[in-house]
Design a protein around this ligand. Structure first.
Ligand code: PGA
Length: 248
């Protein structure tokens, strides 16, 4: 199994910023053999990003998509177009989309099915909030998210899962490596396949990456803030490339 390291640029980085980023990044990134690297810029920038990363080992991803191929849905993006623009991955069900755009597990389930149908590899985001953690219902919450999101899908091995506890996203307070290890083992026991990568997201940076990736059940990262700086992101990739904890 290769690690999966993903960069989620959210609504940062204009086309001009991307050019500067990829000028530094693509020239310095040496295709680590044990890592699949995914970068998800804003959807409107995917075409340009595709040009900038061609002949590199960067795989592009989208941060969201609609489940319909075409319909009268003003402002939405079709999976067909994402594919045309070069997206190989799509992040589905990020907590910011659940929180600010009212995405439900039912919608997420439809999006996962559509992505698989169109040959785009989904990264399904799940995670409990602080209140759920304090109530001691983290695992129960994740189980429900997984059960509802994966309902009726028999190709779960074609989906990667990002565990992102909401309290850790963008706060600088990552979850502990041991805590993440335990949750990832639990997620693995629920999804019941060995092929999906179970990656961690939430304030991963160049100082905590090593202790996190040394946990055997952590198969990579989904990174927001620290991916915006190409030098920091390269440092994290370097750390992951030297880790041997991933299953052969
Ligand atoms: P963060 O974001 O690395 O800034 O915490 C992670 C994410 O939102 O996927």
């Amino acid at each position: 199994m290769k690690y999966l390291v993903g960069a989620n640029f959210k609504m940062y980085k204009s086309q001009k910023d991307l050019k500067e980023y990829f000028d530094q990044f693509v020239n310095n990134y040496a295709c680590f053999v044990n890592i699949d690297l995914m970068i998800a810029p804003m959807t409107v920038c995917l075409g340009t990003a595709s040009e900038m990363t061609k002949d590199s080992c960067v795989h592009l991803g989208a941060q969201n998509m609609h489940y319909e191929e075409q319909w009268a849905f003003t402002g939405e993006t079709s999976p067909v177009v994402l594919k045309e623009l070069g997206a190989e991955y799509v992040i589905i069900g990020h907590s910011e989309r659940r929180q600010y755009f009212s995405e439900t597990n039912e919608m997420i389930n439809k999006k996962l099915k559509a992505a698989l149908h169109h040959g785009i590899r989904p990264i399904l985001c799940i995670g409990e909030n602080l209140e759920q953690k304090e109530l001691g219902i983290s695992k129960e919450t994740l189980k429900i998210q997984l059960r509802e999101a994966l309902q009726g899908i028999d190709e779960v091995e074609k989906i990667d899962i990002a565990y992102e506890p909401i309290r850790a996203i963008g706060t600088g307070k990552s979850a502990t490596p041991e805590g993440v290890q335990e949750i990832h083992e639990y997620i693995r026991s629920i999804i019941g396949n060995e092929k999906s990568r179970i990656i961690y997201g939430g304030s991963v940076n160049d100082t905590n990456a090593e202790s996190l990736i040394s946990q055997p059940a952590i198969n990579g990262f989904l990174i927001g803030s620290a991916s915006l700086d190409p030098q920091k992101f390269l440092k994290i990739l370097d750390v992951v490339s030297k880790s041997e904890s991933v299953k052969k």
